[in-house]
Design a protein around this ligand. Structure first.
Ligand code: HXC
Length: 263
């Protein structure tokens, strides 16, 4: 049975797919520390579950997440934030989760909500989703990677404009700018169905190859092209040591469907 969470829901909509639904409707899924603790717990369970091949994070029709919890942050001091390493738990997703994570964004994805979506490996949204980094309006700045990931996604000038004005952008724009891999026609149901289909496709491939593919794409964000290509080649060579490379290529030659061993 799934763990009893207070701020999230978990389910398996299709074999191999772990779905996490942010569920703090009264606060538009504001990302409090207790919520993040549960999110990280659910992520680590899926990460360690052999049955799960891909993970989805979604919210409600109205809000993916309206930001970090402003009421929790309001009284913080430098010393309290520094000592507790406030926001550090948010790095669990980007640093420790090696299985692919899809963000399915409907409604508000503001501040930390936008940053959480940007941390995911693939972002799907509705055309009417509302993204933004409004921290400047609260007298602060993005604190969960928005200044880095949004800038890599949309370029410096547009990121500066968004972060310095705090103006929102739509799901439609997110698609045009390459922030979103797909803008899904319709509402939350259609959005989630599309995310589940994609997660299911990914979960149907060799776990070893999927881990390798995610790892090398992510290196492109940290390395220059030459080191990145060299890193890719090392991982590519390493994958000849997997059983699934033999299974996949033999199945092709024999015109059969590969039955992955995940080894
Ligand atoms: C805490 C929040 C919240 C948030 C909404 N709520 N966003 N509580 N933190 N980020 C609460 C409201 O206080 C309210 O609670 C309830 O959710 C419903 O919100 P309303 O404002 O009444 O809804 P609506 O009028 O529909 O407006 C929706 C909204 C607005 C436009 C999204 O809620 C809003 O502007 N929210 C804040 C967006 C924001 O600034 N996000 C960035 C946060 S800073 P009550 O109790 O009154 O019913 C941030 C820093 C990240 O994320 C850096 C570190 C990660």
């Amino acid at each position: 049975a799934p763990a009893a969470y207070e701020n999230i829901l978990t389910s398996t909509p299709k074999p191999g797919v772990g779905l996490i639904t942010l569920n703090r409707p009264k606060a538009l899924n504001a990302l409090s520390s207790p919520l993040f603790k549960e999110l990280n717990d659910a992520l680590s369970k899926y990460e360690n579950d052999e049955e799960i091949g891909a993970i989805i994070i979604t919210g409600s029709e109205k809000a993916f997440a309206a930001g970090a919890d402003i009421k929790e942050m309001a009284p913080l001091t430098f010393s309290s934030a520094y000592k507790s390493n406030f926001i550090a738990p948010w790095s669990y997703l980007s640093s420790n989760v090696r299985k692919p994570v899809i963000a399915a964004v409907s409604g508000y994805a503001l501040g930390g909500g936008c940053e959480l979506a940007l941390m995911c490996d693939i972002l799907y949204c509705t055309a009417t989703a509302t993204f933004g980094q409004p921290e400047i309006k609260l007298g602060t700045i993005p604190g969960a990677g928005g200044s880095q990931r949004l800038t890599r996604a949309v370029g410096k000038s547009k990121a500066m404009e968004l972060i310095l004005t705090g103006k929102n952008f739509s799901g439609k724009q997110a698609g045009e700018w390459g922030v979103a891999a797909q803008v899904i026609e319709g509402g939350k149901d259609e959005l989630l169905a599309a995310a589940v289909d994609t997660a299911s496709v990914i979960a149907g491939y060799s776990r070893v190859a999927v881990l390798g593919a995610k790892e090398v794409v992510n290196k492109s964000q940290d390395l220059g092209v030459r080191e990145g290509v060299e890193f890719e080649r090392r991982v590519f060579h390493a994958i000849f040591g997997s059983r699934d490379q033999k299974i996949g290529m033999t199945a092709f030659a024999e015109k059969k469907k590969p039955e992955w061993s995940n080894e």
